[in-house]
Each structure stands twice: as C-alpha cells, then as structure tokens.
Design a protein. Sequence first.
Length: 384
Amino acid sequence: MKAVKRALVGCLICAMCLWGAVSLTATATGTLYFTSINDNLLDLTSNTMPAWIGGSLYVPYTVFDRNNSAGVYLGISATYNQSTGILVFYGTIEQALVFDLNQNLIYNGVTGESFSGSGVLRNGVPYVPVGLVCRFFGLTYSYIGMEQGYLVRIKNDAVVLSDAKFIDAATDLMNRRVREYNQANQSTTNQTTKPPTSQTEEPEEQPETVSEKEAYLGVLCGQGESLTNILDVLSQQQVYGIFFIPAQGLEQPELIFRILGSGHTIGLYADGSTAKESLQQLRKAADWLAQQAYSQTVMVSVPKGQEQAVEAEGYLCWSQEAAITEEIASNSSVSRILNTLSGKGNTVYFSIQPSQQVATLLPNLLIQMKTQHYTFHLPLETNL
C-alpha cells in the first residue's frame, strides 16, 4: 500500500513539473508588442518591440527612419552618432529633433526649445518616446490591446485602414509572427536535419536574366545655386544621393534639413588647388554642418590627385566617373550622356552640379537609366 502511495505521489510530482514546464514555455516570452507603420506590420523581434520606460511608451528610433523594415517613409530620416551619443530626426521642412543620449537631453535643433524626458539605450539601440516624436512631426499613434498582445500603430496622412479594420486584416499575419517569434526563442538543441535522398534531381531550367547595373549619384552643392528643383526631381523619381556641402555651407541653410529629412546622405566638398588647401575647406564645411544640422560625415569630394593625402587624414573620397555640369546639360542630349555612363561598366558613380539646365535634363535621364536596368543605391561609407 505504501508503495502504491509513493508511486501516486511520484506521478503527481511529475505531472506538476510537466505542467510547470509547459506553463513556463508559454509565458517565457512575456507580453508581445507589435508595431505597425500606417498599414504595414513590422517584424516581431525582441530587439524591435516597443517598451514601457518610466511610464512612457518607447520605440526603437529605426521605426521612424526612412529605412525602417516596413519600407514606409513617414517624411523623417534619422542619423545616430554612437561616439557622441547624438541622435537627430530630420523632417522634410526645417525640422530637427535632437536626442543627446549622453546628457539625457531632448531639444529642437532649430529653435533650441527643450523637451522633458530622454532617449534610452536598450541593447545598444536608442529608444525614443513615441508620443513626443509623433507630436513634433505631426504624426499620430494608437496603442491597442489585442488577443495577441498590444499594437503600437504610427500613422501619417497616407494611412488607409482604421485601427479596427487593420487589426482584422492583419490577424493571420500577427498569429504567424507570434509562432515565428516563439520558435525563434525556443531551444535549438533538438534541431533535425533532412536525410539525404538518393534520387537524382533534374536541374531546373533557369530563366534568362537581365544584367543589372548599379548607379550612385552625387550632388556638388555650390554657392548661388538653388537646390530646390534638384530635390523636387529626386523626390519625384524616388532616387537618393549624396549631397556634398562646400566650405561656406549652403546659400539656403534650411535646405540641409530637407536634404537629410528626405533620406539623402551628406558629404563635404572642396576644390582647393592643393590637398592642404582642400583639407582646410573640408574642416570649415564640417564645422558648418555640425553647427547647422548637428551632423558629421567623413565622405568627401576633392579634386583628382588629392585623394591619397586627404584619405590619410581619415576621410573617404568620392570617386566620380562622370560629371554633369551646366555646360554638358546645355549641349548634350540625354542619350549621349547615357552612352557615356553606360561605357563605365555595370557600376557607375556620377555627379551633377545643380542648375536650371541640369534640373530640366535630370528627370528624363533618371527615367532612361531605370529603363536600362540601373538600380540607384544610396551612397554610404560602406559603398564609396
């Protein structure tokens, strides 16, 4: 009889342990927080989920950036300098919201107005208060409880679905994301491999492919030239480039915010007769950029023959293979310019000097390049 009791007790303990293990597996991930931008649901990972911090709702800064995982542009771009701890959001008009993570400050980069709160680092990623960023840039957001967890939905005027209709439409996708998230957080010790098969598989016939070409665009900003038309054209064509700022800065300083807010990158421009003179110009341009837009860059454009001396000072030089000046735009056809670019191989770096003639020619040139299978890439430090 005692043996039977001991067996029953043992079974009961085993059952309780099993129940506890199942319960732990089901709740180990905690509450799930989804994020959507307009009508697009972002990926669900522990590094991208919103979080409550100090009673306020925070999201990773990348949610607002033009390069967010949903591919939705909210009219905002972000730059983060890890060494200085400065995170800046730029709007397409004269707007800059600055987070100084080292000093726990938030302020308007244009007016100097301060805001309460601070940015927070989580796993090395800056998180920002969603309400503050939305108010600053004229966005709205919703915080909604659901069966799967909670949804943080950031919206601008391009949103189509109401919150209720969006949740209804995205339910299946959310359930799949939950399964994927739980599977990714489970132990991988019991992974199985597919046994080899002895059957000989016939190779699939590959469709004929078209050779893709890559294009990188630089804009050499000089004094006395309006960049507005060039920015309008690039916005219409959804092409992004690097804008090189001269030592004296821009004639219209407020355009720096539109350049950065539209998702373009920034470089420095010098045309000194010697490398020493160009380096002095680059330092002046860097000072202007830091004071005007709280931004830094090591990407530069300098005259040929000076690259080695300039790069020895820590800069990365833009190596253009063609330049479209006002004179070329006035005297050359699009087809002729396109033939010149095509002769540079499958990857081409080319620059333009803003002028009315260039702005008139540029739309047709970009369209023709796309029809000839050019893909435009944003110039970055990693692809110069």
